[in-house]
Design a protein around this ligand. Structure first.
Ligand code: SAM
Length: 255
């Protein structure tokens, strides 16, 4: 069991996680658990103040350290699952990759802090956060969507979460390769035919074609990924054939 504890001012944003798709099913199957902790519940003033002006001036508000700290401590006290990791979702963090997602599946508890406003008091990060993670080089209004991205990506790797375990194995990035293209009925869509090999019923030809497509797509779209991949003789041949066909095709088009 891997439980997610999300610290958020907007727990209602997380509801689709409980009710929908792979994450909803994983919760029903007791593979995971998602709990929300609202920093407002850890305030004692009349207005439940969770933010304040930034020292030194400037625009925007900053999330106060104390309510966040108390929510983190309560979340940690709520379980004996370990290891427990505290992540602050931040555009300044390490960029999320499939490698990092796999690493996170080894946790027993993941506490995800969704920031708002200008972010959170730096001293909270220094004292209570193990890692800052970004979901990309752009700025969201809050960390909730980033937390949902992590919950979804991590949950689908938990054994038993997907109806077809093989789906996760063949996903892009799993083996330092992008996924091959997929087709379903109808056989012809707006004049485009499904590649005939996929209709052949020949499993070995289909395996080779898919592997070649995965290698070729990775070479075309994310060539840097191939540096991490040891190409055995079969893969070398398949990739060489793909590049040859691609270059021949490009030359014919430009002629
Ligand atoms: C408006 S942002 C604050 C941005 C902050 N002033 C900065 O420039 O680093 C509010 C919150 O959204 C979340 N957030 C925004 N962009 C994110 C990203 N790319 N990845 C993860 N979390 C993000 C963080 O939790 C952040 O505290």
């Amino acid at each position: 069991m891997l439980r997610f504890d999300i610290i958020t001012l907007f727990p209602e944003m997380l509801v689709p996680l409980y009710e929908t798709g792979v994450t909803g099913r994983a919760i029903d199957r007791h593979l995971t658990m998602v709990n929300c902790w609202n920093p407002r519940d850890y305030t004692d003033d009349r207005h439940h103040t969770v933010d304040d002006k930034s020292y030194g001036g400037g625009p925007g508000m900053v999330m106060k350290a104390e309510p966040l700290r108390d929510a983190i401590l309560d979340a940690q006290d709520a379980t004996t699952l370990s290891p427990s990791k505290v992540v602050y979702l931040s555009p300044q963090g390490t960029k999320l990759t499939q490698h990092k997602v796999r690493e996170l599946t080894l946790c027993g508890q993941l506490i995800l802090i969704a920031g708002r406003y200008e972010g959170v008091d730096e001293r909270l990060i220094n004292e209570y956060v193990d890692e800052e993670i970004s979901i990309g080089d752009y700025v969201l209004s809050g960390g909730e969507l980033a937390a949902m991205v992590i919950v979804d990506a991590v949950t689908r790797l938990l054994p038993g979460a997907l109806n077809c375990e093989l789906s996760a194995v063949q996903d892009s990035f799993t083996e330092s390769l992008l996924d091959y293209p997929h087709y379903t009925r109808p056989e012809v869509f707006e004049g485009q035919r499904t590649p005939s090999v996929l209709m052949s019923g020949n499993h070995e030809s289909i395996r080779k074609w898919r592997l070649q497509q995965a290698l070729g797509r990775t070479w075309l779209r994310k060539p840097e990924m191939l540096n991490n991949l040891r190409l055995d003789p079969e893969r070398q041949i398949l990739l060489r054939e793909f590049i040859h066909a691609y270059e021949k095709n490009s030359t014919n088009v430009s002629d």
